[in-house]
Design a protein around this ligand. Structure first.
Ligand SMILES: [Fe+2]
Length: 469
């Protein structure tokens, strides 16, 4: 009997040591997946994915995003090429086809160097029912086109919801693969969280803005049917004083409207929305964010507003990652990390998604907020109040993959791989969400990496420790 007790004690000790080891001596994983080194080419402008819809002045580049703060609004945008046409959207619920309503929007154009845009329409539909399928029609008067969307369930703490994640998409054959895989993924993402760098038009001579048009037509097949939540990346800046273009974000700001005023933001580059059980804060890596700046002041007020009893999942989107162990764009997010990481920890952000680095990387829950210039404490440490940082800038643009990594892999980096792909964030309830990453080389349903995320507000430290084993 005494022997059995000692055996038991030893077993418990071993388990304890293993659990401590799992918590504090983890080793990151660098995938050895073999991929082609060839750069991906942009799809030619006559590709079928860029087809101009038939009919005089037919609306094209149709895309939607959330149109208010809670999900009862949808902001519809489209371009008419020949004349302004109508700014009206006609819409009706699937379950009430006889009651057709209409909303009226605005139309605008912009010039960029030697390019003049088509007529860009933006129309916000408000007062929709939650969890309802709606059809909508644009192009009233000439050629009309019809699409549909499904509104999210009412905001609440245990509402399951599935988000897609794509960044740095571009318009190559790989971009098309990424989007197709996302569309075919049986997890069925309902809303796209897009972490910046859309068309890469700025990589063309004089920022050829016709490539903004082709990108709009390419993504319409998805973005007209589910909201894409936009984050501004560096390829949205289109800042080129040498050709007389010194207004940052001009094409992006004209083409991709967002509901920033609904969250009392003064700029479309930083804003927030609630959707189902998630509170999503979008930050701008390329707008001023130092102390006293408009973005800083907005964020200062924004984080305390988040009610985790209503929206348990606090998600931050930005373009330039705060934790990045690739050589490409190394440390570019460092100044923003210094400014805001302590808030992410204080307000228990669940996950921060970023793009920019053309690869995938997932961090452990770590923070690095102790450093104060003189104390030398500059190593990330385990922190159960810290977010998981996920870089998902692997949409497939023609700049190619970021294959060079810093060595050795830092201990905070849980998994990294330079392959194109997309992510799925599947929120189950207030405590559990499942994140998966799907590389393009595999079948769309294959998970190359995945992790259960335990909500930072609703899970105690002890539960987190157990889950991490
Ligand atoms: Fe970028």
């Amino acid at each position: 009997m005494g022997f059995m007790r000692w055996d038991f004690v030893v077993l418990v000790l071993v388990l304890l040591i293993l659990s401590v080891a799992a918590e504090f001596c983890y080793g990151g994983r660098t995938s050895s997946f073999v991929r082609t080194a060839n750069l991906s080419l942009d799809m030619p402008v006559d590709s079928d994915v860029f087809l101009v819809p038939p009919g005089y002045n037919a609306p094209q580049q149709v895309h939607i995003t959330q149109g208010d703060h809670v999900g009862k609004g949808v902001l519809v945008s489209w371009v008419t090429p020949d004349e302004p046409g109508s700014n009206t959207v006609i819409y009706w619920a699937e379950n009430n086809t006889t009651l057709k309503k209409q909303a009226d929007g605005i139309v605008l154009t912009y010039n960029y160097f030697n390019y003049t845009s088509g007529y860009i329409h933006h129309c916000t539909i408000k007062g929709l029912e939650f969890d309802t399928k709606y059809y909508y029609e644009v192009g009233i008067g000439n050629t009309t086109r019809q699409f549909w969307f499904v509104t999210p369930p009412e905001v609440g703490p245990d509402v399951p919801y599935t988000f897609g994640l794509i960044g740095d998409l571009g318009q190559t054959y790989d971009s098309n693969r990424t989007l197709t895989h996302y569309e075919l993924n049986p997890a069925k993402g309902k809303t796209m969280l897009f972490v910046g760098d859309l068309s890469y038009a700025d990589d063309y001579p004089f920022h050829d803005n016709t490539r903004w048009d082709t990108w709009g037509r390419f993504t319409e097949r998805n973005a007209a049917y589910q909201p894409w939540i936009w984050t501004a990346g560096n390829h949205e800046l289109d800042f080129d004083p040498d050709i007389g273009e010194s207004i940052p974000f001009k094409p992006y700001e004209n083409r991709y409207h967002v509901p920033y005023e609904a969250s009392y933001s003064t700029s479309p580059f930083w804003y927030s929305i609630k959707r189902a059980s998630a509170y999503i804060i979008v930050m701008s890596s390329y707008s001023a964010y130092g102390k006293y700046t408009p973005q800083y002041k907005w964020l200062l007020n924004e984080f305390p507003k988040v009610n985790r009893t209503e929206t348990p999942w606090l998600i931050v989107l930005m373009h330039s990652p705060l934790y990045n162990s690739y050589v490409n764009h190394y440390m570019e997010g460092e100044t923003m990390r210094v400014m805001y990481e302590s808030w992410f920890v204080e307000y228990k952000v669940d996950v921060v998604f970023a793009g920019h680095v053309h690869a995938y990387e997932r961090s452990e829950r770590v923070s690095n907020v102790a450093y104060n210039i003189v104390n030398g404490l500059c190593t990330p440490i385990n922190d159960y109040s810290a977010p998981v940082y996920i870089t998902i800038g692997d949409g497939g643009n023609f700049e190619g993959l970021a294959t060079e990594m810093t060595e050795p892999q830092p201990s905070y980096s849980a998994y990294r791989e330079a392959s194109f792909g997309h992510g799925i964030l599947d929120i189950k309830n207030r405590t559990h969400a499942y994140f998966s990453w799907h590389r393009n080389q595999d079948g769309f349903a294959v998970e190359a990496d995945s992790v259960w995320l335990l909500n930072r507000y609703w899970n105690s430290l002890e539960e987190s420790s157990v889950a991490a084993l």
